[in-house]
Ligand binder design. Structure first.
Ligand code: UDP
Ligand code: MG
Length: 314
């Protein structure tokens, strides 16, 4: 098989309804470019008919290749597996629910041909999202920008084109708690954003409930900032200062013959406050520790049940 110029990588978790339409769009757009391409579908442990739908697409069109996980590993790992298996000179990662329109891919490619090695989609508009999703997403981007040490573009998701050189660099980063947006910003190279309108989902519902978004946010912060760890210094210093001040004031009042602060209520309040602050920092330590433990075990990022449509040596 000749090496394709373009690899389109799409993760899918229970996407039986969206995949055929997604494939049609991709084929239409990519055939229009007149250069060889492949579509790598990563089946992230779907429990519906997604696997069968993928195999039918591969039967129709051998340029559709399938990586089938042995269970659900999550969106970021699925994208990683797709990049591991992609052989194109440029690799485009895109969701398969048609929220990121395949019609924008030629715009990304145009920028790549101008010499940019990372071209990421910027959501100029988001149609059909709940106010809660928009609000938490905005909060998330702000928090990340404030806390992390790398410049992660605002309003950019995981719809992007990567040059082969960047893909190779990313493939060397085997961290388990992956925030690919951050990793892509970290590697450097010439990067540029392309605005696009993010559509509502074609069918089905989001596979990213609040719980998963929260976890992604934690991975993003712990993966790219140690500020939360250092926050304990600041908090400790402030509390120590307040404590000393209070001590001096109380001593002065005692020497002057009055002692206004004798209440048990006050003691209880201070004790709870201190315990709370301390436990929060133990929790923050725990978040980092759990991630260190996760890395140290050195398990593989994912397990593959089967691959379909790749050359032997994969
Ligand atoms: N996805 C996945 N594994 C998961 C969750 C999601 O591969 O555990 C895929 C999903 O099929 C879709 C993409 O990741 O192609 C983005 O998910 P979704 O559209 O549900 O997220 P949203 O766009 O609502 O943030
Ligand atoms: Mg989506």
């Amino acid at each position: 098989m000749p090496r394709p110029t373009y690899s389109i990588v799409a993760p899918a978790y229970n996407e039986e309804e969206t995949l055929p339409e997604f494939y049609r769009h991709v084929r239409e757009v990519m055939d229009g470019l007149g250069e060889p391409w492949e579509l790598i579908l990563v089946n992230d442990g779907s429990t519906d008919n997604t696997g069968e739908v993928m195999r039918q697409l591969h039967e129709q069109d051998p340029r559709v290749r399938i990586v089938e996980f042995a269970r659900n590993f999550g969106h970021q790992i699925a994208i990683t597996a797709g990049m591991d298996h992609a052989s194109g000179d440029a690799v485009v990662t895109i969701d398969c629910d048609l929220q990121d329109p395949p019609e924008v891919i030629p715009d990304l490619i145009e920028r790549w041909k101008e010499g940019y090695q990372v071209v990421y989609g910027v959501r100029a508009e988001r149609e059909g999202e709940t106010w809660f999703k928009l609000f938490t997403a905005r909060l998330f981007y702000r928090l990340i920008a404030a806390l992390t040490d790398v410049e992660i573009p605002m309003e950019a998701g995981d719809f992007r084109l990567l040059d082969r050189q960047v893909v190779e660099e990313l493939r060397r980063m085997r961290e388990r708690r992956r925030f690919i947006r951050g990793m892509t910003a970290w590697v450097g190279y010439r990067q540029i954003g392309v605005p696009y309108v993010r559509h509502p989902r074609f069918a089905g519902e989001t596979k990213y409930p609040f719980r998963k978004m929260f976890r992604l946010a934690l991975d993003a912060i712990t993966g790219f900032s140690d500020f939360p760890l250092r926050l304990a210094w600041l908090c400790g210093a402030v509390m120590l200062g307040l404590g000393l001040l209070l001590g001096i004031v109380l001593l002065g009042l005692r020497l002057a013959g009055t002692s206004p602060l004798a209440g048990q209520g006050l003691m209880l309040t201070v004790a709870l406050l201190l315990a709370g602050v301390q436990l929060i920092f133990v929790g923050i330590l725990g978040e980092y520790l759990a991630r260190i433990y996760d890395e140290v075990r050195g398990r593989p990022l994912y397990t593959v049940h089967r691959r379909i449509g790749f050359d032997e040596e994969m």
